[in-house]
Write a protein that binds this ligand. Structure first.
Ligand SMILES: N[C@@H](CCC(=O)N[C@@H](CS)C(=O)NCC(=O)O)C(=O)O
Length: 219
């Protein structure tokens, strides 16, 4: 049994989708980011960085894992799913996972902040993060030319990148012409586990999301 401390956000959904894919039992603890529940002492005891997602593996001495990429690798290694064993294939998946963790996620996250959550609209900053996000989405598009998935088979790299790429509209990024990316977004979304996992916890409305986002960034 896994305890999943999460919220309806891209990084949170990576783990609910993955848990749905691999079929491990889990209990959801919905952390209210707008109420700063992620900064409470009991949460900081699990993740000193005060951010979701976090898991606690009840079947492994209550072992705690934070950082979504580390959680995905932990669960993949625990179950032998969504991460190949063969050295080079495994490395390719980890490379595309890190591409999301170090690039797409942070850039689209900042685009969201400056487009949706900051009261002050700063055109140069918005442009910078939207352009960089679009550049990274174009890298994904090129990678997907002639491929169904980012690596040899569907993997944690697809889940991680999908959870951010699917938010292009929220960040007001135009992906017209990125046809391989567009087809892959649909292909991944059509998977039953993705359909279930993306709705755990229940998504919030855009105005609730803006309110929560604003209350986080002013601190
Ligand atoms: N690198 C971290 C980022 C986690 C993260 O930024 N989580 C956001 C939600 S997507 C959060 O908890 N924000 C609350 C806050 O900043 O206080 C990961 O991938 O787990």
């Amino acid at each position: 049994m896994i305890d999943l401390h999460t919220s309806p956000t891209p990084n949170g959904r990576k783990i609910s989708i993955m848990l749905e894919e691999i079929g491990l039992d889990y209990t959801v603890h919905n952390i209210n980011l707008g109420q700063q529940e992620q900064k409470r002492p009991e949460f900081l005891a699990m993740n000193p960085n005060g951010r979701i997602p976090v898991i606690v593996d009840r079947d492994n001495d209550d072992f705690v894992v934070f950082e979504s990429g580390a959680i995905m690798l932990y669960l993949a290694e625990k179950t032998g799913q969504l991460l190949p064993q063969e050295e080079k294939a495994r490395s390719r998946v980890i490379q595309w996972l890190m591409f999301q963790m170090g690039g797409l996620g942070p850039m689209m996250g900042q685009a969201n902040v400056f487009v949706n959550y900051f009261d002050e609209k700063i055109p140069a900053v918005i442009r910078r993060y939207q352009h960089e996000s679009l550049r990274l989405l174009t890298v994904l598009d090129q990678r997907l030319d002639g491929r169904e998935y980012l690596c040899d088979e569907y993997s944690i790299a697809d889940i991680a990148n999908w959870c951010w790429a699917i938010g292009y509209d929220w960040a007001q990024i135009d992906i017209d012409g990125l046809d391989h990316l567009d087809a892959w977004l649909d292909r991944v979304e059509d998977r039953p586990a993705v359909e279930r996992g993306k709705n755990i916890p229940k998504p919030v409305t855009s105005s609730e999301l803006k309110k929560a986002g604003a209350s986080i960034i002013i601190r």
